[in-house]
Design a protein around this ligand. Structure first.
Ligand SMILES: C[S@@+](CC[C@H](N)C(=O)[O-])C[C@H]1O[C@@H](n2cnc3c(N)ncnc32)[C@H](O)[C@@H]1O
Ligand code: SF4
Length: 397
């Protein structure tokens, strides 16, 4: 296996991978990035642009142009999952999202049981648009709720009212979506234990079959980071984050959901996000759109980030900005990093002798489940989930 190409390595005229590269032996997904938001939330550093920063005109045709190029180098057996993320995909009309989905289907063929997700902001959908999305072929929706507490939503600079996310989730179920997710963020400055408890209650009231709960990450360059640097807001506290995680685990498990990845809970196996599982288990995927990352046949590449640069690039060539081929060591590190976070765990055989010795130690320390370790799998205990990054470090040293 060749070593990593330098970031930004030149893209050959034929594209980021050799035409005919086998794709999708462990599943094939399509990620479609929609890099637009009505306004930017203070904590968010995703590749997204407000209307004064980039226009949306022509976006659908640009994506279709990238898709046509992609089809000239990759022919997976079928598409198992599609995930439209952002940004705020639902700033585009359902018809526009449906047009891109139909093109993916025409190009590569959607599996009969394909999981087709769109992210959505609660304030950018309504019962009519949800029904249109469902009719266009979307069967899973992921809504950014973040919190049920008005003062927390204000710190996060969210635009929706506290109740809107739950309403939107109920509307999505009524529109016939098979799977509905709500995203929560915990550990925001000013969030009290009872605020997070109310957020968990609200999620459960909505009757969704999937919940993602993330500790607030303070990303460099965001307005939130600037407020913390100036001392206007306190930095998140690790102990508080751990308490919140335990509260999430208790409430969600008590209501019949179970974790399948450290930050993700699902009602049953069918409700797990297959697209994310494909990322976490080494599947292949093509990422369409500005800044989107792809991974096919051991090659990873990423597109130019700005929508204007993307529009210019797809007009007469590939939008890829750089690529790399992972070394065996890098693949191993990634495999451990991602699989250890899954409830299905990491086969013990994936670890070298030092890693297996570390696993035995971590099991004695109560961070890995002794029963599953005995049976040849590395699976985190609840305490291990709280310290997952440290566990991964130990397994890799
Ligand atoms: C692209 S957004 C979801 C869709 C939509 N744009 C929204 O915000 O409603 C993906 C999710 O990532 C999470 N997220 C984004 N930035 C984060 C941060 N700094 N810390 C923790 N979670 C974050 C949020 O839960 C958010 O819902
Ligand atoms: S969290 Fe979602 S809505 Fe807010 S800026 Fe980021 S992508 Fe846009």
């Amino acid at each position: 296996m060749p070593g990593a190409l330098p970031p930004g390595a030149p893209i050959p005229a034929t594209g980021p991978i050799t035409p005919g590269t086998p794709a999708g032996e462990r599943g094939f997904g399509v990620y479609l990035h929609v890099p637009f938001c009505a306004s930017r939330c203070g904590y968010c550093d995703f590749n997204t642009y407000t209307p004064d920063e980039a226009g949306r005109d022509g976006y659908v045709d640009q994506v279709l142009a990238e898709l046509r190029r992609a089809a000239s180098v990759v022919t997976p057996r079928r598409v198992d999952t599609v995930f439209v993320g952002g940004g705020t995909p639902t700033l585009l009309a359902p018809g526009e999202l449906g047009k891109m989905l139909a093109a993916i289907d025409r190009t590569w063929g959607l599996a009969a049981d394909a999981e087709v997700t769109t992210e959505a902001n609660p304030e950018s959908v309504d019962p009519v648009s949800l029904r249109e999305l469902r009719a266009a072929g979307f069967n899973r929706i992921s809504l950014g709720m973040q919190s049920a507490a008005p003062h927390v939503l204000r710190v996060l600079e969210r635009r929706h009212t506290p109740g809107r996310a739950v309403e939107a989730a109920v509307e999505a179920r009524a529109a016939g979506f098979d799977h509905v997710n709500l995203d929560l963020i915990y550990g925001t400055p000013g969030e009290r234990p009872e605020d997070f408890a109310a957020s968990l209650d609200a999620v459960l009231t909505a009757g969704v079959d999937h919940v993602s709960a993330y500790a607030l990450i303070v990303e460099d360059g965001t307005r939130l980071a600037a407020s913390m640097r100036r001392g206007v807001l306190p930095y998140p506290d690790d102990d508080v984050a751990a308490d919140r995680y335990l509260a999430a685990e208790n409430a969600l498990t008590g209501a019949g959901l179970s974790w399948y990845e450290v930050s993700n809970w699902a009602r049953d196996d069918a409700a797990r996000c297959r697209h994310n599982l494909l990322y976490w288990t080494g599947g292949d995927w093509w990422g369409l759109g500005p800044g989107a990352h792809s991974h096919v046949g051991g090659v990873r590449w990423w597109n130019v980030r700005h929508p204007n640069a993307y529009a210019a690039a797809v007009a007469d060539g590939w939008p890829a900005a750089g690529r790399e081929v992972l070394t065996d060591d890098e693949r191993h590190t990634e495999d451990v990093l991602l699989r250890v976070r899954l409830r299905d765990g990491l086969p013990l055989s994936h670890l070298d002798a030092a890693g297996r010795a570390a696993a035995a130690r971590l099991s004695r320390d109560g961070l890995l489940d002794p029963g599953t370790l005995e049976a040849g799998r590395v699976v985190l205990t609840l305490r291990g989930r709280l310290l997952a990054d440290g566990v991964v470090r130990e397994l890799l040293t």
